[in-house]
Ligand binder design. Structure first.
Ligand SMILES: *Cc1c(COP(=O)(O)O)cnc(C)c1O
Length: 378
């Protein structure tokens, strides 16, 4: 053995879905077999079962399975009658789906900055962005940590604004003891395979404590129909597949265990990266239970470090390299460089390190060893 960290090259994937799936493959196969026997492929009983289980998991009253996380957001807006002429506030530092959902219903996305330590919506920036047209705010629980909901909710309640959680990266996270998905008027979840709770394809859900809103979304996702062939409004086809619900029902039982493993891995990273070069590990807000969908550090030498890690077998990604306001899809909105300096600085500095349930301490030690050697080398 020679070299800075034993001289052995170790491959550390960004995410290991195979291992995660193998851990409960037999249980999942049995659940899928049941769907094959039942042949109730659309809105079968597994969808009801999963909706009940997911609502209970999120500690809220209702859950409605839909086709994607994007649709979950869109259907919430539609059910709240948010559309053309309305403004919806969210962050520029998010996955583009948050903004696309606002645009898709004809409303106007109004972007604001995030807090650079927690990567979540800055409550002060939110208050400053409210106008007479503002109807709602969408705090994004980015990377697995809930936004600072108390000041957001307090201000929104005072001004009659709806609060919609984008919980697509935060299944199981808590804010002052309460689960993501139960904090605002409604919440959107994604079950894209790589999310903390992932299906075998696309899937999504809405959670809410508002029975009337839940009923309207249930109708909207199913062609605007509560009774077959009677259509009360111009609905869509956005149902969670029975097969995906069956898979998710099994995986939900393992979610807390997976989130706990992610938290352990994150703590191992944070301990080992303290004081290393200019690395800034992710901050966990007091009262927040982070589920580390992603473990995102900041460094001024991001490009060099990512290249160095890659050469040593460590896969890292950037979430996200281009903020919403600088995406080509939004050029016509007139945003430009310099509009959101904190967000733009983050986009240049963030790096997501490998994290997933089952990542080994040796792998984390190896990644941190490579990072230490990068800074020693200068
Ligand atoms: C994944 C994600 C979405 C969209 O979910 P899909 O299921 O891919 O449509 C929305 N917002 C955030 C923050 C996400 O990470």
């Amino acid at each position: 053995m020679s070299g800075r960290f034993g001289g052995m090259l170790m491959n550390v994937p960004f995410l290991d879905l195979k291992m995660q799936t193998a851990a409960c493959a037999d249980e999942i196969r049995a659940a899928m077999d049941q769907v094959v026997s039942d042949c109730n492929f659309v809105l079968g009983r597994q969808v009801d079962d999963f909706e009940r289980a997911f609502a209970s998991y999120c500690e809220c009253e209702h859950s409605i399975g839909v086709a994607t996380g994007l649709d979950a957001l869109k259907l919430i807006f539609r059910a709240m009658d948010i559309g053309p002429g309305d403004e919806v506030i969210t962050t520029s530092h998010t996955f583009i789906a948050t903004a696309l959902a606002i645009s898709a219903v004809g409303a106007t996305p109004v972007l604001v900055e995030v807090d650079s330590d927690t990567y979540t919506l800055d409550p002060v920036a939110f208050e400053a962005a409210v106008t007479k047209r503002t109807k709602a705010v969408v705090p994004v629980h980015l990377y697995g940590q809930t936004a600072d909901m108390k000041p957001i909710l307090d201000f929104a309640r005072k001004h009659g604004l709806k609060v919609i959680e984008d919980a697509c990266q935060a299944h199981g996270a808590r804010y002052n003891g309460r689960r993501a998905g139960s904090l605002g008027d409604a919440a959107a979840f994604s079950f894209y395979p790589g999310k903390n709770l992932g299906a075998f394809g696309d899937g999504g859900a809405v959670t809410t404590n508002d029975a009337a809103l839940a009923e309207r979304i249930r109708t909207l996702r199913n062609y605007g129909s509560a009774e077959k062939y009677y259509h009360d409004e111009l609905g869509e086809n956005s149902r969670l597949d029975t097969l995906q619900a069956a898979v998710l029902g099994v995986k939900l039982k393992h979610l807390d265990e997976g989130n706990a493993a992610r938290r352990v891995a994150a703590a191992q990273y944070t301990e080992r990266l303290a004081g290393v070069g200019d690395i800034k590990p992710p901050a966990v807000r007091e009262g927040s239970e982070h589920v580390f969908h992603l473990y995102v550090i900041q460094t001024a030498r991001r490009a060099e470090l990512q290249k160095y890690l890659s050469a040593q077998g460590v896969d890292c990604l950037i979430h996200y390299p281009v903020p919403v306001h600088l995406q080509k899809a939004y050029v016509s909105n007139g945003w430009g460089h310099g509009d959101f300096p904190k967000t733009e600085q983050l986009a240049d500095r963030i790096l997501s390190l490998p994290i997933f349930p089952g990542i080994k301490e040796e792998q984390i030690e190896y990644v941190c060893g490579v990072i230490r050697s990068f800074y020693v080398k200068g």
